[in-house]
Design a protein around this ligand. Structure first.
Ligand code: GLN
Length: 269
């Protein structure tokens, strides 16, 4: 029963590179279960109509994660909305590198441009004595971040508040500052397929893509404690331009993502 429904739906998803997988994830969501493939009963009319609605959205090109409203990152589930980017597997490299570089037993962490909160919340989850602040210019994104703090029971160590990194001051005395800011040049964003559904505000890094880095690097340097770490996600072609902005830092490291592209810059104060 379920397999037949899946195969028929997958045939409609001609624009997707992964039609059967998409159909399985969407059916699992419609059935409110982990994996629709292990469901061996007849589906209700309501379940079938919900699934059909999801498939129609997917046929329009809407990403699966926006249809389900969630995405897995670092083994944790994150709630999304239209103001958050979908967490990318490549961003997991940033979290891993921060954990590798961290020498603080109870670090005070600031996550800028947090979106769904996936970076800061994963760090809070993995560094047990940390305290984490999630900040974003978008109140709507902060709503998702707050839902994710609650989802992972991290209220005692993680808070979220509005901060416009360009115009607002940031506090001092952080051990770790992380950011996956908008970093795609304006002209490039316009031609990107992702900008059809993901918030352009979270992608557009200004004319050369470096607007946010210039300000974040300057502000973060002063806000960090001695030996503090600034960890930035960067675009595949920013492995030279971003470190160049970090000449005040004692050491700067560039790391590649799973696709062998430069993706993470770490600076130690
Ligand atoms: N990595 C994202 C993308 O490929 C861009 C994220 C960003 O600008 N911070 O769409």
């Amino acid at each position: 029963m379920v397999r037949k429904i899946l195969n028929e739906a997958a045939k409609k998803l001609t624009n997707s590179p992964t039609p059967l997988l998409d159909a399985r994830v969407l059916l699992s969501k419609a059935l409110n279960c982990e994996n629709a493939l292990v469901v061996f009963r007849d589906l209700t009319d309501k379940e079938i109509s919900t699934f059909n609605e999801y498939i129609v959205k997917r046929m329009q090109g809407i990403p699966v994660s926006y249809i389900t409203g969630e995405k897995e990152f670092m083994g944790l589930n994150f709630i999304l909305n239209n103001s958050t980017l979908i967490p990318r597997p490549d961003t997991e490299c940033l979290v891993e590198k921060v954990i590798e570089h961290n020498n603080f037993s109870a670090p005070r962490i600031l996550d800028l441009c947090t979106g769904s909160g996936c970076i800061g919340i994963s760090l809070a989850y993995m560094i047990k004595n940390s305290s984490v602040e999630l900040t974003d210019i978008s109140l709507e994104a902060l709503n998702a971040a707050i839902e994710n703090i609650n989802l992972h029971n991290l209220n005692s160590r993680v808070k979220a508040y509005k901060l416009d990194v360009i115009s607002d001051a940031i506090e001092n005395n952080y051990d770790i500052i992380t950011a996956n800011p908008p970093y795609i040049p304006t002209e490039v964003v316009k031609g990107l397929d992702v900008s059809r559904f993901e918030p352009v505000r979270a992608l557009d890094g200004g004319a050369d893509g470096l607007d946010f880095y210039r300000i974040i690097i300057e502000k973060a340097y002063y806000a960090l404690n001695e030996n503090g770490i600034l960890a930035l996600e960067i675009g595949y072609d920013q492995g030279e331009s971003v470190p160049k902005l970090m000449n005040k830092f004692k050491s700067v490291y560039v790391y590649k993502d799973y696709g062998e592209n430069d993706r993470v810059v770490i600076g130690m104060k």
